[in-house]
Ligand binder design. Structure first.
Ligand code: SF4
Length: 358
């Protein structure tokens, strides 16, 4: 059943299954698919949370604009370059510059920073900065950013609109933006939350089939975790008659494994949110169920507690060097290797960079 293109009803079937034997089959298939299409490498991309400002009001997120209790920050160019140099020194394949939707991040300023990272530090650049105008995206692609991640969260339009209030004056549509990102020349990343109140198994199955239709290069799958004090923290109506997707680790792993089956070559992170639901093993279990990317945090330690879209994010006192050593050891213990560079669209590293870093 899992050795050919999986159909939409089958995706829903696997999302609903609770049989241990069936789940073992699903996770084995995802791991074998990852091995065959994307190899043994676990890629490490340094995460740099460059700003916690956001103009949006997503009903579950701790960074939402109405959260006036949160001290806001925006890193300067030198801080970002220093983080990129650390990524290079630790031989991470890329840096991921992430922020809320912050128009204080100006087009030309960020293009300059990206150009410096590419030309002087020589490390890949992924951006995850929300919905931005086409001219900003074009400038950043021209400056050398190679991947842009914009999660669509759910393809159920009514559900999406219920928890993502529109921004006055903005007329953006995430699916159209994903096509635009591809046209501009980015590798395109997107993804979903698992267990949004009102999300049905059928709806999540459609999301996963969309990963294939959109030919995503990077797929983020995270459990839904509302931040305290947000409208959804107090709960919301769930889908009736057993159709509600649980926001738990197992269901997230099922969705992640299915993402691997529909996009064998993609980069799929073992997300930080999985560590929030299972601090000890969440991310490493994900690496055995289809994931092949980790995002060690290179944000300056004093700023990390302020980047809190959801509670329970791991915040260890480790230095970047200690974190790198620990991850390398854990990855080796799994019989995997640390990948040197982001793979190409077929899941392979370039010929000049096939050697593992350790
Ligand atoms: S989910 Fe993203 S866009 Fe929405 S409030 Fe949070 S940071 Fe802003």
């Amino acid at each position: 059943m899992l050795d050919r293109a999986i159909t939409l009803p089958e995706i829903e079937f696997w999302l609903r299954t609770t049989s241990d034997a069936m789940l073992w089959e699903l996770f084995e298939a995802a791991d074998a698919t990852r091995r065959a299409a994307a190899g043994h490498a676990v890629y490490l991309h340094g995460l740099v949370e460059i700003s916690n400002y956001c103009v949006r009001q997503c009903h579950y997120c701790g960074l939402r604009a109405p959260n006036l209790n949160l001290p806001r920050y925006r890193m300067d160019g030198e801080q970002i370059l220093a983080a990129a140099r650390t990524a290079r020194r630790l031989r991470y394949a890329s840096v991921v510059l992430q922020a809320g939707e912050d128009y204080g991040i100006e087009r030309d300023w960020l293009a300059h920073v990206v150009r410096l990272i590419r030309q002087r530090v020589r490390v890949g650049v992924t951006l995850s900065l929300g919905e931005r105008p086409e001219r900003d995206l074009v400038a950043w692609r021209r400056a050398g950013a190679d991947t842009y991640v914009l999660k669509f969260e759910t393809s159920d339009r009514e559900l999406y609109d219920r928890i993502h209030p529109k921004l006055a004056g903005a007329n953006t549509e995430r699916m159209a933006m994903l096509s635009l990102l591809r046209e501009i020349g980015f590798r395109v990343g997107s993804g979903v939350m698992v267990g949004i109140p009102g999300q049905t198994f059928a709806s999540l199955a459609r999301d996963i089939a969309l990963f294939r239709d959109l030919q995503l290069d990077f797929i983020g799958v995270s459990p839904f975790i509302p931040a305290p004090g947000t409208p959804l923290a107090a709960g919301a109506d769930e889908a009736p008659n057993g159709a509600q997707v649980p926001a738990d680790e197992l269901t997230t792993h099922k969705a992640l494994a299915l993402a691997r089956l529909v996009r064998p070559e993609a980069l799929i992170p073992a997300s930080t949110a999985l560590a929030a639901v299972n601090p000890r093993r969440g991310r490493f279990l994900a690496l055995t169920r289809g994931a092949n990317l980790m995002l060690p945090n290179l944000t300056p330690p004093d700023l990390r507690p302020l980047y809190a879209p959801y509670p329970g994010r791991p915040c260890t006192p480790e230095t970047p060097n200690e974190c790198r050593l620990r991850l390398s050891k854990q990855i080796r213990q799994m019989g995997r290797v640390v990948g040197r560079r982001a793979p190409d669209r077929r899941g392979h590293q370039s010929a000049a960079s096939t050697a593992p870093t350790d």
